[in-house]
Design a protein around this ligand. Structure first.
Ligand SMILES: Cc1cc2nc3c(=O)[nH]c(=O)nc-3n(C[C@H](O)[C@H](O)[C@H](O)COP(=O)(O)OP(=O)(O)OC[C@H]3O[C@@H](n4cnc5c(N)ncnc54)[C@H](O)[C@@H]3O)c2cc1C
Length: 186
């Protein structure tokens, strides 16, 4: 439905390069289009996207990730806009209860505001902090830049921090630059 792929982490111009790479592998992408209907009785036969009927054998719905915070909510933990609120010790608003991973709001080290990271690299670092504190030690987690690296089609791509959209939303004046180089030293 959104105008370009990977909207949370990548700028539109880079997304276009990735979309081209995906198309070259034979994937048909329809951006800015919504799924209107799934047809078939016991078995999927077609889908309707933006009025176009497309034959289909299987439909995979991958429409985003949202924290399941029911357990924390029932326990009385404070919730943020997107996830369970925790402090730098990964402790919830209830002393002695710690929360980590996809269900918690972390902070952005850029502007120190709440931020959803939802990566296992973040969860892994948080669990060290939570485990240390729960066992009576002291450790803090400073937030996550949500860095990822992936292979999409024939292209290696990585992203870190805010993309243009989030930087502008956070009130930053955005300066854009481009450079090319190697992924490893020669
Ligand atoms: C397709 C895909 C690719 C990804 N690729 C990457 C990657 O390359 N790099 C990266 O860093 N991150 C990646 N991630 C994100 C990463 O998987 C998550 O950030 C990470 O798994 C979060 O860990 P978690 O422990 O918070 O949650 P989860 O790993 O989801 O673990 C939660 C567990 O709780 C269990 N559970 C739920 N409810 C209950 C209940 N009531 N009782 C008992 N158990 C329960 C679930 O079964 C599950 O095992 C990817 C995610 C997806 C979906």
């Amino acid at each position: 439905m959104l105008p370009h792929s990977f909207p949370k982490s990548i700028d539109p111009d880079i997304a276009r390069i990735l979309e081209k790479s995906l198309k070259e592998t034979g994937i048909k992408l329809m951006m800015g289009a919504s799924l209107e209907n799934i047809s078939g009785d016991n078995k999927v036969t077609s889908v309707t996207v933006n009025g176009e009927i497309l034959p289909a054998d299987m439909v995979i719905m991958a429409s985003g990730v949202r924290a399941n915070w029911d357990l924390a909510k029932d326990a009385g933990c404070k919730l943020g806009n997107w996830g369970i609120m925790t402090n730098a010790k990964t402790e919830t608003s209830i002393p002695g209860i710690y929360a980590i991973g996809d269900c918690v709001e972390t902070v952005s080290p850029i502007n120190h505001m709440p931020w959803m990271s939802q990566l296992s690299t973040t969860a892994y670092r948080q669990e060290i902090t939570a485990g240390t504190n729960a066992a009576g030690g002291y450790d803090t987690f400073g937030g996550s830049l949500t860095t990822f690296v992936s292979v999409i089609g024939k292209i290696e791509v990585s992203a870190t921090g805010f993309n243009q959209f989030f930087a502008k939303s956070a009130g930053y004046e955005v300066v854009i630059g481009k450079a090319s180089g190697f992924t490893r030293p020669e």
